[in-house]
Design a protein around this ligand. Structure first.
Ligand SMILES: Cc1cc2nc3c(=O)[nH]c(=O)nc-3n(C[C@H](O)[C@H](O)[C@H](O)COP(=O)(O)OP(=O)(O)OC[C@H]3O[C@@H](n4cnc5c(N)ncnc54)[C@H](O)[C@@H]3O)c2cc1C
Length: 533
């Protein structure tokens, strides 16, 4: 295959198009740096589309005394909400409590309790939960999100689906985030500011040549290789961070990553309100049950060590059973195998801090700069979706000594594409869209605003009727939207569209997805012909 040399020397080359790579690329480009990013598959094709999809402080991390992480994440929720009110929104979480509940927790907090209050026997007493929620309410400069309250489950509708032994609950706030759309919108914004975003492009090697990096990439479709020169390199390879260090950059590093798989099950809708449940298990773990995509419930997650990033993570039957049984110990009506309509699984690339269990391994991020006497390499370990913007700021701070005129932080409060409207403005935007395009039904209009915000009008354009939007595929997907996704949001296959740019795969048959894929293939082929002709 012929090899092409990119003539420009870039300031920064980013490996990995998950949330951390795209967040860093956006931040760096906005500071005036020339940036290119290579992602070997689709954007968000790995961990960043397989999360529980919460902008959260992580209530349970308080038990591990991860106060820095929790405080940063709590503060971040409202900053992020304001920059992307289309893809993120506040949620209330109901935490049922029962005095006889026992938890076999082995956390720093439970160890202290076992010494000073041995009669609690590993239990999380009510006052401990209330104290945790007090901290949760007050650590993070909360202004938009409502505070914790106590709920009487015998009268409140959220109690109706729970077993009768639960009479009391606490209700607290966190936020929902459409994880894979967050990644794409960061990539789009980076590109709009000048970054080069390359998907289906694998970094096969990176070598230090004096003060520069020489990076070689390979196109997944054509096999074409390209060479880039950059002053700085960021390794945001997520689960592959160590693989990039060892087999692409080939440097000696003592840093390790611990791969921890987390699986979710999606069931048909199990309850009819928009609040989420936070369930505590006898094994000391917690799971969420969250209203999902209007007609479904999302239940997760698990924690299991995962050996090799190249083994695709899958929800095992044992994990699905674990999640069903866990949720069934709270719900009146047990969650049956037949209720499950989909499962997904992802791998957390956690910094290896030597913790004994996957549950206890730190969720905080660790950034390490390696220079080995030459051009700098920044390796990214761990991190949460919630802290991606702060992680990007920290990455740029760590690289500042190698930048001639470093510019200040800028991303707080700056909208992502389509997010330039007030936090409480979604309903008004939906109403306006339906007025302008009367053929949209309520589901369709809400879906478009939740995915694209103010860009929904740019997609629909001058359409007067549904037919003006071109071929209707299924589940309200039309040709015009698919063209937007291919031209503006890097979508190449039906899978990109139905499982990452949207979750419409939940509403489409295998045949409908295959038809869409064939159409996208031929649209790409004719585009290649016309651009080459
Ligand atoms: C089950 C689960 C639930 C979670 N829930 C939450 C939550 O609710 N809230 C929250 O804040 N966080 C959550 N997280 C954490 C969060 O999802 C991750 O921390 C985050 O997505 C990691 O992003 P990343 O960019 O580092 O990695 P990834 O998204 O995995 O991206 C890395 C990318 O690098 C690419 N890559 C690797 N090697 C190369 C190469 N040689 N060339 C080119 N590209 C390459 C990969 O293809 C991949 O797309 C959860 C994680 C899991 C697993």
């Amino acid at each position: 295959m012929p090899s092409q040399q990119n003539p420009e020397t870039l300031d920064l080359f980013v490996i990995g198009g998950g949330i951390n790579g795209c967040g860093i690329a956006r931040d760096a480009t906005g500071r005036g740096l020339s940036v290119a990013l290579a992602e070997m598959n689709d954007l968000a094709s790995a961990t960043s589309s397989a999360s529980t999809k919460l902008f959260h402080g992580g209530l349970r991390y308080l038990e591990f005394f991860e106060v820095r992480l929790v405080r940063e994440a709590l503060k971040e929720r409202e900053t992020l909400l304001q920059a992307m009110p289309h893809i993120s929104w506040p949620k209330r979480f109901v935490l049922p409590y029962h005095k006889d509940m026992r938890f076999d927790g082995d956390t720093p907090t439970s160890r202290i309790l076992n010494i000073v209050m041995p009669w609690t026997k590993g239990r999380r007493p009510a006052w401990l939960i209330r104290f945790g929620l007090f901290l949760y309410d007050n650590l993070g400069n909360r202004k938009i999100l409502p505070a914790t309250s106590t709920v009487d489950l015998t009268s409140d509708p959220v109690g109706a689906v729970l077993q009768d032994r639960f009479t009391k609950a606490y209700e607290y706030s966190d936020c929902w985030i459409e994880d894979s759309r967050l990644v794409v919108l960061n990539a789009r914004d980076a590109e709009a500011r000048g970054a080069q975003i390359m998907t289906r492009t694998k970094v096969t090697s990176a070598e230090r040549v004096g003060d520069l990096w020489q990076i070689t990439t390979e196109d997944a479709d054509s096999g074409e290789t390209r060479r880039f020169t950059a002053r700085m390199l960021v390794n945001a390879g997520g689960p592959w961070v160590q693989d990039v260090i060892r087999s692409k950059v080939r440097i000696n590093s003592t840093e390790g990553v611990r791969l921890v798989r987390g699986s979710h099950i999606v069931t048909r809708k199990l309850f009819d309100h928009d609040k989420c449940y936070f369930f505590q298990g006898e094994d000391g773990r917690i799971i969420f049950a969250i209203p999902y995509e209007t007609d479904f419930t999302l239940i997760g997650t698990t924690d299991a060590d995962h050996d090799d990033p190249s083994t695709p993570p899958e929800c095992t039957e044992a994990e699905a059973d674990y999640l069903r049984n866990f949720a069934s110990s709270y719900f009146k009506k047990p969650v049956e195998k037949e209720d499950i309509v989909w499962t997904y699984s992802g791998v957390r690339p956690l910094y290896d801090d030597g913790a004994s269990s996957a549950t206890a391994a730190t969720r905080d991020y660790v950034l390490k700069v390696n220079t080995d006497g030459g051009a700098p390499l920044l390796n990214v370990f761990g991190g949460k979706i919630t802290t991606y913007r702060r992680l990007a700021e920290s990455a740029l701070a760590a690289l500042a000594p190698y930048i001639t005129s470093p510019r200040p932080d800028w991303t707080a409060g700056v909208s992502l594409p389509g997010g330039d409207f007030p936090v409480d403005g979604v309903d008004a935007l939906i109403a306006d869209l339906r007025k302008a395009y009367p053929f949209l039904d309520a589901f369709w209009a809400r879906r478009l605003i939740r995915a694209y915000g103010t860009d929904a009008r740019n997609i629909l354009g001058d359409a007067k009727t549904e037919q003006d939007l071109g071929h209707p595929f299924a589940a309200t997907l039309t040709e015009r939207e698919i063209r937007w996704l291919m031209e503006r949001e890097y979508a190449r296959t039906a899978e990109d569209v139905v499982w990452r740019r949207s979750r419409l795969g939940l509403r489409m048959t295998a045949d409908e997805i295959a038809t869409l894929d064939t159409w996208m293939k031929s649209a790409r082929a004719s585009e290649t012909v016309s651009t080459k002709g």
